[in-house]
Ligand binder design. Structure first.
Ligand SMILES: Cc1cc2nc3c(=O)[nH]c(=O)nc-3n(C[C@H](O)[C@H](O)[C@H](O)COP(=O)(O)O)c2cc1C
Length: 166
């Protein structure tokens, strides 16, 4: 089975820090994603400072996993770099998923925290991290060593599949 079937959101982490090399592997995976017209208009902020992680964990009610993660990878879309700006959210979705899958491959745990397009969440992140106006603060990915087992359930549901016509 590929890592796709092993990936699960991990929200609790051990105290062990993830190496710079592994973080770079996650960024490489993110930047390997497909994008509209190959525009690759993503940028990243890597956060490891304890106070910053704590502050980000308080930005919304489901952001708590950020506090104890080893690193946070904030994914951004730079609108000035876009050829097709209406596609940037889809590009970033693919980029985020690549990071989550690479984390699974490396034996790490990760969870995607949703920020964009919820305005008050995005604004808090933007202000706190000095993100410029031309960049969409898309999401926060928490990364660390898992402090709990995965329990992946297969979701294949043939009732959702249509052949030839709906
Ligand atoms: C767009 C998006 C936003 C999400 N936001 C959060 C979040 O804010 N906090 C969180 O703990 N999990 C968040 N998740 C993770 C989902 O809750 C999780 O993927 C879903 O429950 C399925 O579980 P799994 O990832 O273990 O397969 C988000 C996932 C996506 C794709």
């Amino acid at each position: 089975m590929s890592v796709i079937f092993k990936r699960q959101s991990i929200r609790r982490f051990t105290d062990e820090k993830v190496s710079d090399e592994l973080i770079e592997n996650l960024l490489k995976a993110g930047m390997q994603a497909p994008s509209a017209g190959n525009q690759q208009a993503w940028e990243f902020i890597v956060v490891s400072d304890e106070k910053d992680k704590l502050e980000i964990s308080k930005m919304h009610q489901f952001a708590k996993p950020a506090e104890k993660a080893s690193h946070l990878i904030i994914t951004l879309g730079n609108l000035d770099e876009c050829k097709f700006d209406m596609m940037i959210e889809q590009d970033l979705g693919a980029c985020n998923e690549n990071i989550l899958l690479q984390a699974t491959h490396e034996g790490l745990g990760a969870v995607w925290l949703g920020f964009y397009p919820i305005e008050d969440r995005s604004l808090k992140l933007k202000e706190y991290l000095n993100i410029p106006d031309n960049c969409i603060p898309f999401s926060v990915i928490c990364v660390g060593y898992p402090a709990h087992e995965s329990n992946v359930k297969l979701r294949y549901d043939e009732s959702k599949v249509h052949f030839d016509r709906y």
